[in-house]
Design a protein around this ligand. Structure first.
Ligand SMILES: Nc1ncnc2c1ncn2[C@@H]1O[C@H](COP(=O)(O)OP(=O)(O)OP(=O)(O)O)[C@@H](O)[C@H]1O
Ligand SMILES: [Mg+2]
Length: 96
């Protein structure tokens, strides 16, 4: 969303967020101005925060965290796990 300073962008998202919370899980993420050239950065941050992945985690640890959390959610992980692991690995590569 693009708009002049103070026009109400943050407020609109805050209100939308409050309404959306009824009955479903809402995940929030942020973008930073120095990350503009890397379109996936906010998504990577979202995935890493949600799965509590640390930069120093190796592949096995990331795999455990992602797979464990997905199983707790009661989801079939086979189709999503590779994408989540890929994003978490991208995130670690970006931090190095
Ligand atoms: N629909 C609205 N009704 C009443 N107040 C509003 C509304 N939309 C925005 N405001 C108020 O206007 C002020 C600026 O809004 P907001 O912070 O959302 O703007 P912004 O577009 O995110 O600004 P910036 O570009 O500086 O981040 C805030 O105090 C907010 O509460
Ligand atoms: Mg704002």
């Amino acid at each position: 969303m693009v708009g002049e300073a103070g026009v109400g962008k943050s407020r609109l998202f805050r209100d939308f967020n409050a309404v959306s919370r009824r009955g479903c899980m809402v995940l929030e993420t942020f973008s930073v101005s120095h990350g503009k050239s890397f379109a996936y950065l906010p998504l990577i941050e979202l995935v890493k925060n949600y799965f509590r992945i640390q930069n120093q985690d190796d592949e096995r640890q990331r795999h455990e965290k992602v797979a464990g959390r997905m199983l707790i959610l009661g989801r079939t992980i086979d189709d999503v796990l590779p994408s989540m692991l890929y994003l978490s690995e991208l995130g670690s590569a970006f931090q190095r």
